[in-house]
Design a protein around this ligand. Structure first.
Ligand code: ZN
Length: 393
């Protein structure tokens, strides 16, 4: 695998962030489609309302830094790691997924003076007009549903509006982009999952699905697909990224790709980082002393062996390429904050105004930026909602 970085647009690399750019970013309604921050919500001694830093406690997003980066909200993820496809595995995953959903709700309720839950497209503008942050919920990996598609309606009832079928290993619904084909796309249950997602009016997230599963979801879904955190295979050849032909097919069907900061370079996941990453995913259960130890070891490893060698400029090159291929009506943002994302120069959510400034310098208008920062995602959510065949709010 090699990373091929397009030449940067002349004059952009050193473009300063002007006051006008900062004002522009502030005016935009900005949403990120994949926030793994809920894994921090249960950390002992940690509050979503406090200002944290990557350097001291690994967290990339909190309420004060959402203000710094003018991020108005996004999709808070119910992520469940893949386990065995057994009755016991399903039961454990179901309990975990429902608990994580409750933890997100409890955190949002606790900070209701600053952030509110969103269930329909119109909530985003209503909540931001009230001066508060917007919290949608999504599912990464539908493994917790087991073989009971009725549970999808239960998650919908709890406010979940976007879901992806699969994560980094094949499951009961689909092949993963990072596993050997088992179903050659969707399983028979996965075909029914797509229909149920459409029936409930939920947005289908194809990030992490194999190429064949993507193709089949695109062909079967009655509403456009989103990729909540994916990138370009032309810029970096990795199965988690989409080739240009598929990006064009996605756009032609009305969908959108939310550009991520991961898989812009090889993932340096040696044994030491893998062990730390496993601990990181359980950070919500660690004592403050264990959290501090994890942070110390993570940062020490960063000094010699960063998870990603890609940096801000690599991200911008990928973003500009995806915009060129997909068009401004089919691009959005999902950097994978708190889920392995973040790069040198794009360390946390506070860096977002830099992205807007660079896109402005590259010639994109305020209207273009408004689409990419939230308009496209809300259009897709609206289409999913409009197609739903059940009464629900
Ligand atoms: Zn992911």
């Amino acid at each position: 695998m090699t990373a091929a970085v397009l030449p940067l647009l002349a004059g952009c690399a050193t473009a300063p962030r002007t006051a006008a750019d900062a004002g522009l970013h502030t005016r935009l309604l900005t949403l990120d489609t994949h926030l793994d921050t809920p894994l921090h919500f249960t950390r002992a001694g940690w509050s979503f309302a406090d200002r944290h830093s990557v350097a001291t406690d690994l967290a990339q997003l909190d309420i004060p830094r959402m203000a710094d980066g003018n991020l108005d909200g996004g999709f808070f993820v119910i992520y469940t790691g893949q386990g065995p496809l057994t009755a016991e595995g399903y039961a454990n995953a179901r309990a975990f997924g429902l608990r994580r959903s409750d933890e997100i709700d409890a955190t949002i309720v606790r900070h209701a003076d600053r952030i509110l839950p969103a269930r329909i497209t119109a909530d985003a503008t209503r909540i931001t007009a009230a001066g508060k942050l917007v919290a949608f919920k999504s599912i990464e990996n539908s493994y917790p549903l087991g073989e009971d598609l009725g549970l999808l309606a239960e998650f919908h009832r709890r406010g979940v509006r976007m879901a992806g079928p699969v994560h980094s290993a094949n499951n009961q619904f689909a092949d993963s982009a990072t596993d050997k084909p088992r179903w050659n796309g969707l399983s028979p249950l996965g075909v029914r999952w797509v229909a149920e997602m459409n029936r409930l009016g939920m947005l289908i997230d194809a990030s992490h699905a194999s190429d064949a599963a993507f193709d089949q979801m695109l062909a079967r879904s009655k509403t456009p697909l989103i990729l909540s955190h994916s990138g370009s295979r032309t810029l970096f050849d990795h199965p988690r990224n989409l080739d240009d032909a598929r990006i064009r097919k996605l756009a032609a069907a009305g969908g959108a790709i939310c550009v991520t900061s991961v898989y812009l370079s090889p993932m340096q996941l040696g044994p030491e980082r893998a062990a730390l990453f496993a601990k990181f995913e359980e950070i919500g259960t660690l004592s403050p002393a264990e959290q501090a130890d994890l942070n110390r070891r993570w940062r020490a490893l960063d000094a010699t062996d960063r998870l990603w060698t890609a940096e801000f400029e690599t991200f911008m090159a990928a973003l500009l390429h995806v915009i060129k291929v997909a068009g401004v009506d089919h691009v959005c943002f999902g950097a994978d904050w708190d889920g392995g994302g973040g790069l040198s120069g794009l360390e946390d959510i506070a860096a977002l105004p830099k992205v807007t400034a660079r896109l402005r310098a590259a010639g994109y208008s305020e209207a273009d930026l408004a689409k990419m920062w939230s308009g496209n995602v809300l259009r897709l959510l609206g289409k999913a909602e409009a197609a739903r065949q059940v009464d629900a709010r």
